[in-house]
Design a protein around this ligand. Structure first.
Ligand SMILES: [Zn+2]
Length: 299
């Protein structure tokens, strides 16, 4: 795709109400001079100059729009997640640029996701991530290793709440028991909640009809099922082990949300997923976390 074609495609998504004709982000005026040589528009109403990414999550990037769309396409094709190192090679940009680019795509997708409480049959489960400590070879060292993991303070729990054939919500918490309050806050009254035998989930019975599954014995009482939550966790685990190798604790929520989005859309064709991600990017506002990220860290 040429950069010109990429810009035209991006404009149509950014400004659908004018079929891609530029709209001034400051005053809303639809008349602009096209300063094509500098790839900016100048508003005929207020004289402000703006680019097609002004005011969006990719504002003030020196990246070509073609590279932004290329990053989205690569992101969509990497079902197990995609590393910033790989992307930096593919786009011939530096690692820092690729790192922020991927996080901005993740943030835009997360912003565009449908909110609101989950309902119907809802599964909840949790799993530990992060805080990796090299396994001990000797059996006598193993207890020590477990202790170290707990002392590292880097282990966190991802709690996933998932509608059967619907949406997945993810949260990062210190313990799985924190998931009880999250289910109460994010699941509609009258839904049926499916959980494993961990005793903290007993408290959900005060709020919802609950169904329990025993993982150790692998049997399901009353048709309880947590397969969907488990499918999500195996995807997140594969991404942690296979793609990112180590997930820093402060980004765990972003990777979890990315994998939730991939789970929820894995039956959509790649082209559909690309269109969804591109639409999300075109309307996402400037990022508080990622705008000027490396400049702040250097300062
Ligand atoms: Zn204007």
């Amino acid at each position: 795709m040429s950069d010109e074609a990429a810009r035209a495609a991006f404009q149509k998504i950014r400004w659908p109400e004018t079929d891609g004709e530029p709209v001034c982000p400051k005053c809303g005026c639809c008349d602009a001079y096209d300063l094509a040589t500098r790839q900016v528009f100048k508003c005929k109403g207020c004289s402000k100059q703006y680019s097609i990414t002004s005011g969006t999550i990719f504002a003030s990037r020196k990246l070509a729009v073609r590279d932004i769309l290329g990053a989205i396409a690569i992101f969509i094709n990497g079902a197990k997640g995609y590393s910033a190192l790989q992307l930096s090679r593919d786009l011939s940009v530096d690692y820092k640029t690729a790192f922020v680019l991927l996080h901005k795509v993740r943030e835009a997708i997360e912003l565009a996701r449908e909110g609101g409480a989950l309902s119907g049959n809802v599964e909840v489960d949790g799993a530990y991530f992060g805080g990796y400590v090299k396994p001990a070879n000797e059996k006598k060292d193993r207890k020590d290793r477990r202790k170290k993991i707990h002392q590292s303070g880097k282990r966190q729990v991802v709690v996933a709440i998932r509608e059967t054939k619907g949406r997945t919500r993810t949260f990062v918490t210190p313990t799985e028991a924190h998931g009880v309050a999250l289910v109460v806050a994010n699941v509609e009254h009258g839904s049926t909640v499916h959980a494993d035998e961990a005793s903290h989930w007993d408290r959900l019975a005060a709020h919802f009809p609950i169904k329990r599954i025993n993982h150790q014995e692998a049997y399901s009482k009353d048709g309880a099922c947590t397969n969907q939550a488990e499918s999500f966790f195996s995807r997140l685990r594969r991404a942690e082990v296979g793609t990112h190798h180590h997930v820093a604790g402060r980004y765990l929520h972003a990777y979890a949300a990315e994998m939730a989005w991939r789970e929820d859309n894995n039956r959509q064709a790649n082209g559909t997923q690309f269109a969804m991600a591109m639409a999300a990017v075109a309307v996402a506002p400037q990022s508080r976390q990622w705008a000027g990220y490396w400049q702040r860290r250097a300062g």
